[in-house]
Each structure stands twice: as structure tokens, then as C-alpha cells.
Ligand binder design. Structure first.
Ligand code: HEC
Length: 170
């Protein structure tokens, strides 16, 4: 179910799709601390993942003379690493909340498996941040992405569903 694709491909494929995410408002319930799943994803899960994915990254830049410059970014201060570890802890809490009745109700068993997978991988993510290991952060980031997309494949967000036909042919 969870496919391990080359990391860079994942990262490139992810952002344009998620950029399509739009907002809609639905009524809130008491057992849904972050609102609907859609609101929770848009307001909590995605921004938290962005902190994580943005921490260690590679960027290619085209110089005016045509040369391609590769740049690597990673946290530099203890404070930046701590922020990263905190994002990973927050993702663990969100993963637990996804397993609560409010969010899991009406879903299949696989929902719990995916949400638990997000918890597990976020623990690894926290460890990578605590170890201040940029390679591990990058690698675990790819696994985090695979867990997100595994769940989205079974429970497609409306915006991704429309694009699913295209995605499957690649
Ligand atoms: C346990 C299942 C599950 C996991 C794990 C999961 N998602 Fe989602 N996600 C959903 C569902 C279901 C929706 C569709 C919600 C809707 O449109 O009603 C969704 C929708 C989204 C959306 C669209 C929100 C919008 O504004 O419409 C984004 C962005 C998103 N998820 C990001 C992520 C990221 C990033 C991760 C991993 C860090 C992740 N999700 C992990 C189930 C999951």
C-alpha cells in the first residue's frame, strides 16, 4: 500500500497537488477539536508538515550565466532544530487525534492504520530532529509524505480526486 518512491520525485509531485487545496466551511462538532477532517488537514496537518519538509531541502538555481547552482538548506541553530522536533511532536498529536472517534468514525480499519503510521513516522521524525541529522530528516520526510499519500489514496480529498486520473497514468 505504501509505496517508497524516490524522495525528490515525491517532494516535487506533492506540492503542486496540495497547492490546489481550497477552503470550505462545515459545521463543527464537539468531538472534532480541529473542525472537520478537511479543516484539520488544511489548518494543522499541512502547515505542520510544511515546517518539517521545509527544514532540510535542496534547491537548484539558474544563474544568469546559465550555470545551475545546487543549494542545501538545513537548520543551523539549536533553536531551529528544537522547532523541528516540536513540529514532529505536534504531528504525533494530530495523528492520535485522527484516531479518535470523532475523526475515525465511519471509516474503515485502514484509517486507523494510516493514522497510526503517521504517528510512528512522526516519532522517527522527532528523533531525526533531536539527533540534528539533516540526512535523516530528509529521508524521514519522504516517508511522512508516503504515509500522507497512502491515506489520501484511500480517502481522496476532493481536489485530489479530480486529478487522480492523471496521477495514475504516471
Ligand atoms: C488517516 C488519513 C489521512 C492521513 C494520514 C493524512 N490525511 Fe490529509 N486528508 C485526509 C482526508 C480524508 C482528506 C479529505 C478531507 C475532505 O476533503 O473532506 C484530507 C485532505 C487533505 C488536504 C486538503 C485539505 C483541504 O483544504 O481540502 C491536505 C492539504 C492534506 N490532507 C494534507 C495532508 C498531509 C500533509 C498529510 C501527512 C503529513 C496528511 N494529509 C495525512 C486524510 C488523511
Amino acid at each position: 500500500m505504501i509505496k517508497f518512491l524516490p524522495l525528490r520525485t515525491n517532494r516535487i509531485a506533492l506540492f503542486p497537488l496540495l497547492a490546489l487545496a481550497a477552503c470550505s466551511s462545515e459545521p463543527e462538532a464537539a468531538d472534532l477539536p480541529y473542525g472537520t477532517v478537511q479543516q484539520m488537514m488544511a489548518n494543522e496537518v499541512q502547515p505542520t508538515a510544511d515546517i518539517y519538509w521545509g527544514a532540510v531541502k535542496f534547491e537548484s538555481r539558474l544563474e544568469p550565466d546559465g550555470a545551475v547552482v545546487e543549494e542545501e538548506f538545513e537548520p543551523e541553530t539549536d533553536e531551529e532544530w528544537a522547532k523541528l522536533a516540536e513540529a514532529a511532536r505536534k504531528m504525533q498529536r494530530l495523528a492520535k487525534d485522527l484516531q479518535s472517534d470523532g475523526y475515525a468514525e465511519g471509516r474503515g480499519e485502514d484509517w486507523l492504520v494510516f493514522a497510526n503510521g503517521l504517528d510512528e513516522v512522526s516519532k522517527k521524525a522527532e528523533q531525526a530532529a533531536l539527533d540534528q541529522d539533516p540526512d535523516a530528516v530528509f529521508e524521514v520526510g519522504g516517508t511522512v509524505y508516503n504515509v500522507c499519500s497512502a491515506c489520501h489514496q484511500m480517502y481522496p480529498p476532493a481536489e485530489l480526486e479530480a486529478a487522480a486520473g492523471d496521477a495514475q497514468s504516471s
